[in-house]
Design a protein around this ligand. Structure first.
Ligand SMILES: [Zn+2]
Length: 310
């Protein structure tokens, strides 16, 4: 089996059937062993340890005042016998002070920080736990009202469904993940990479885009490559996937073979796209003028696996 991508393989048991059992949930919410992943405005609580960034999880005592104040604990799952929940503290103005963690040196001490800034430095399981918590909390924050009738919704089943409170409607809304295809297009010993104007200078990456309604993944691959680079492709072959909760995607990685060669930036989403040979990329990877995408991304994985094949 292939090595899982970063932010996957967190190893939690998601206990699908158990999370519907209110008594089981009550016991876990009262257990001293339970741990809570605090999230504040899409950021995680972290501090520096000697070995790098270290996420801070709350114990029951620290979490209880927030839960009593109306924050809904969102069950992530069991790590062995230890239940893990996400707690979205976004409604609080100063959560660090409430937790007694406000320090004099905010850059070094406990602080809320975006996972994108420190995710790649975490162990895989920890990165996956934080990504899962962030994705689930984001979904709740964007589904406070029913998309059918506009009434408020309330969370149920430990945070894995939101139910419309209107007695006539009662629609159940389930957490959503947006599928996006990401593909390395190759032409013999060359690969097609592009860059957006807002990216770091010199960085090139694989092409990507969201799957549209009524479209297969293979069709989405072909359409996006045509729109962004004017290249026709065939043989879209699945490689692997990656949860990417920034804010709510699952990246579906493919290799595709080019049928045409001339690049045209049709939809202007890219500032530039080019063919790069294996040898050139190997010689220039991460030098001063050319950069590949970040190491925790599936785009980097697709590129490195392909470089390793030739
Ligand atoms: Zn409704």
């Amino acid at each position: 089996m292939k090595r899982p991508n970063f932010y996957a393989a967190g190893g939690l048991d998601r206990v699908g059937p158990l999370r519907k059992d209110p008594d089981w949930l009550k016991t876990r919410l009262a257990a001293e062993t339970s741990r809570f992943v605090p999230i504040w405005r899409a950021q995680h609580l972290v501090r520096d340890s000697g070995a790098g960034p270290e996420p801070i999880l709350l114990d029951l005592g620290a979490a209880t005042p927030f839960i009593l104040g109306g924050v809904e604990p969102l069950l992530l799952g069991l790590d062995g016998e230890i239940a893990h929940f996400a707690l979205d503290l976004s409604a609080e103005d100063a959560p660090l002070e409430q937790l007694g963690l406000a320090g004099a040196v905010p850059e070094e001490g406990p602080r809320f920080q975006d996972l994108r800034a420190f995710g790649p430095l975490l162990p895989q399981r920890t990165g996956s736990l934080l990504a899962y918590a962030r994705g689930l909390a984001h979904w709740h924050s964007r589904h406070r009202f029913c998309g059918v009738c506009g009434s408020p919704t309330i969370g149920a089943e430990a945070g894995h469904v939101r139910i419309c409170i209107s007695p006539e409607c009662k629609t159940h809304h389930f957490p959503r993940t947006d599928p996006a295809v990401i593909m390395l297009v190759t032409d013999g010993d060359r690969m097609l990479l592009g860059r957006q104007a807002v990216w770091m200078k010199g960085m090139y990456s694989t092409l990507a885009g969201f799957v549209e309604p009524g479209e297969s993944l293979e069709e989405a691959v072909a359409r996006e490559v045509k729109e962004e680079a004017g290249i026709e492709v065939e043989d879209a072959v699945y490689h692997s996937s990656q949860p990417w909760p920034f804010p709510s995607s699952i990246m579906l990685g493919f290799y595709a073979t080019a049928k045409s060669r001339d690049i045209r930036l049709n939809d202007k989403e890219l500032e530039d796209a080019r063919w790069f040979s294996r040898d050139w990329v190997r010689a220039h990877v991460d030098d001063e003028f050319f950069r590949l995408p970040r190491k925790d991304s599936i785009s980097r994985r697709l590129i490195e696996d392909w470089l390793g094949q030739g």
